[in-house]
Design a binder for this molecule. Sequence first.
Ligand SMILES: [Zn+2]
Length: 478
Amino acid sequence: MHEFMRQKLQNLEEEMLQKGWKDSLLSLYAQSRRNSRFHHCPSDKTKRLLQSQIFQPTNLLEDNRPSWLTYKSQQLMLQAGLIHPSSPGCYSYLPVMVRAMEKLIRLIDKEMQGLGGQKINMPSLCSATLWKKSERWDLVGKELFRLRDRLSKEYCLGPTHEEVITDLIASQHNFSYKKLPLLLYQITRKFRDEPSPRYGLLRSREFYMKDMYTFDVSEEAARHTYRTVCDAYCRVLSRLGLQFLKVQASAGNIGGQMSHEFQLPAEIGEDELLVCSSCEFSANVETVQPDQNRCPACQGELTKSKGIEIGHTFYLGTKYSSTFNAVYFNAQLEPVVVEMGCYGLGVTRMLAAAIEILSTADGIRWPELIAPYQVLLIPPKQGSKEEGATALIEALYDDISKAIPQLKDDMVLDDRSYFTIGKRLNYANQLGYPYVIIAGKRALDTPSQFEVQCQNTGETLFLSKEGVMGLLNEVPAV
Ligand SMILES: [Zn+2]
């Protein structure tokens, strides 16, 4: 027997205890047919995504919160089977989490490419030679993961790529002004040896970041590019429905002449901010005098606030390009040192921060646009008076997939019908689905009424099939 089927049989044992052997045999028969070599035949009917098949090792019912779990997002993500710790500050991102992450990446891709950004992918292993050239090898200190190859050459695991990309541009011969502005970005794993990697994905040692590097002919052009990238960051955050502040920031060891952070206001935030009560000015406290309590622009009062930093932009000028001799050739064919900017956006941190801010104490809430799944459908319990509605909600699933293509792979059927509706609804509330559709008593009315719980607004609606379709047609997709 194939290992695969043996595994299936094992899983069925549990089901047998719940459902009785007759149902299980029928289910086994159905599964063996589904797993047959005809499974991938294109004429297959709509394939439903079943909750029982998703690899999401949840740990929802126990309150086993260890004392070091200080952040809500970390606890919720571990309990909901989104992440799994591997070593301090390093996590496996599990399938449901990866879905949300890929949606967020699609959203970021669209905005960056809308600016003319071109996606690249640079090595994680970065040569120490480049980092010594920029003098950051010594400046960055212990946060940099350092290693040696078999020939004893030194490398770091890249936390950011100013050196690598400036060296790439410097290696171009006859790099023409006609290529500028040039916007290159990547969305890759970054590394930072955090001293206390305790806060889940808010402060981990391996994380995903979008980093963009821009190249312009002049300071004026570079400042214009800087504004357009900042505007794109604002659009990303607005589309996610997240409140944010763009604050004046310190350039730290990246350097440059102008810098802003994108902060999500949150009590647990590690950054201290000052926000003007009468204009739009806000700043990280690092950038102002210790006793400053008046806004420099309008003399308005500055109030203290806290935030989670999820993005950081820098107008670099020629800090790196002059060191690496990255030049372009102007219309007179003279070499000119290129003007640069760099722009980070924490992908995994943004997911954790959104969960931290939007969730309730015991249930994850996602920005609707990037929820791993948009819709959960809950059929009645097996053997209940409403069992007849099972076929109705399955038909609803199939009809939605046909009529609303962007939801086709975004719906889950909670087929664990040996659980009551209430128990599955409880799971759903903890895992977070913008729309939960339940086939309860009223599904058997003529015409059928489905109960729809909109988790992000807290509304409960009773809708006909047409009503459900109308509602879901408006669901945004990325
Ligand atoms: Zn002000």
